[in-house]
Design a protein around this ligand. Structure first.
Ligand code: NAD
Length: 342
């Protein structure tokens, strides 16, 4: 396969490229990324500019002609579409980029694939696939019980989740209208190495190391279902290689945690790993005004991908969070470098 990964310089995309680059099914892997504040080529050290199968295209998804050029020039057969504006807080303060990148950008990529796959001279047996990576936030907020399934109605509550929901709908429509071989995944919150330090876990770690207050929204009782990024990458590869076109798969970690409990756990882990910091890091926790429209609880029923495709997460939350905290402690130079540019 000639695989196009969009957003490969971001958090999940860079982990995904590391995860799949040596798979024997791949002939070449093209990383399309415009390198926004969230995209960093040092996330791909050891691959970018080094690996023979790897090609980088600095392209903005909002440039329709350039997106088509990349798909045609590299004769792309498979797509894993991750590039997006991804931070809910930024979507509240400035929703414009979320509309143009997440919706228009996805439209441009769908059009490019539709055009190329309908006109290229296909080798007999050549398979094309367009895997669209989405979020559980499209389903809105749950009460204290219940889970999101693939049949749950969409009810997005932030400009971020609304833009992702719109892009999911476009992907669905391209399958039903044009027969484009699409797959959609809706995943819960990821954690792991290379997450830009604006999201909860790296923000907490950086605050503790700087002995600054740790901001916790509202009463801290908003619940998220956490999945180790490496498990997400394996789930995406499983869906690409074994999923049924036209289907949607939910991906989750069976790890529901209230934000406050997660923050306390990180405090305790850092106190254990870096006793020289002195004092209890829990004392740094500060409750701040809640995010507008903050969804209370997300929880994924990942039964379909487990039953149909045999994927289950390999990491427990206890091992994944310990590895993640240790990675940030050992990679402070990376954190300072990516933060210093924004
Ligand atoms: P990220 O913000 O870390 O990375 C996004 C990448 O997309 C960056 O490299 C950025 O440069 C690139 N990008 C942004 N706008 C672009 C544009 N116009 N053209 C080309 N490239 C552009 O995001 P992430 O956390 O790695 O998330 C990746 C995908 O997974 C997103 O689609 C997101 O909605 C989805 N997702 C994320 C999570 C999570 O917990 N992080 C959970 C579920 C789903």
């Amino acid at each position: 396969m000639n695989l196009l990964i969009t957003g490969g310089a971001g958090f999940i995309g860079s982990n995904l490229i590391r995860h799949v680059i040596d798979k024997p099914e791949i002939t070449k892997l093209v990383n399309l990324d415009s390198l926004t504040y969230a995209g960093h080529l040092e996330n791909l050290d050891g691959i970018h500019g080094v690996h023979l199968r790897y090609i980088f295209e600095k392209v903005d998804l909002r440039n329709k002609d350039e997106v088509l050029r990349v798909v045609r020039q590299h004769d792309i057969t498979h797509v894993m579409h991750l590039a997006a504006e991804s931070h809910v807080d930024r979507s509240i303060s400035g929703p414009g980029d979320f509309i143009t990148t997440n919706i228009n950008g996805t439209f441009h990529l769908l059009e490019a694939c539709r055009s190329h796959w309908q006109t290229r001279n296909q080798e007999p047996g050549t398979k094309n696939l367009f895997l669209h990576v989405s979020t559980d936030e499209v389903f809105g907020s749950l009460g204290p019980t219940g889970f999101f399934t693939e049949e749950t109605s969409y009810a997005p509550n932030s400009p971020y989740s609304a833009s992702k929901a719109a892009s999911d709908m476009l992907v669905r429509a391209y399958h039903h209208t044009y027969g484009l071989p699409t797959l959609i995944t809706n995943c819960s919150n990821n954690y792991g190495p290379f997450q830009f330090p604006e999201k909860l876990i790296p923000v907490v770690i950086q605050s503790i190391l700087a002995r600054q207050s740790i901001p916790v929204y509202g009463d801290g009782m908003n619940v998220r279902d956490w999945l180790y990024v490496g498990d997400h990458c394996e789930a995406l590869w499983t869906v690409l290689t074994a999923g049924k076109p036209g289907e949607t798969y939910n991906i989750g970690g069976h790890n529901e945690k209230a934000n406050l409990h997660l923050v306390r756990l990180i405090c305790d882990l850092i106190d254990e790993m870096q006793p020289a910091l002195g004092g209890s890091s829990r004392d740094l926790i500060t409750f701040v005004t809640d995010r507008p429209g903050h969804d209370r609880r997300y929880a994924i029923d990942a039964g379909k991908i487990e039953r149909d495709l045999g994927w289950v997460p390999a990491h427990t939350f206890e091992t994944g969070i310990r590895e993640t905290v240790a990675w940030y402690l050992q990679n402070q130079a990376w954190c300072q470098s990516v933060l210093s540019r924004h």
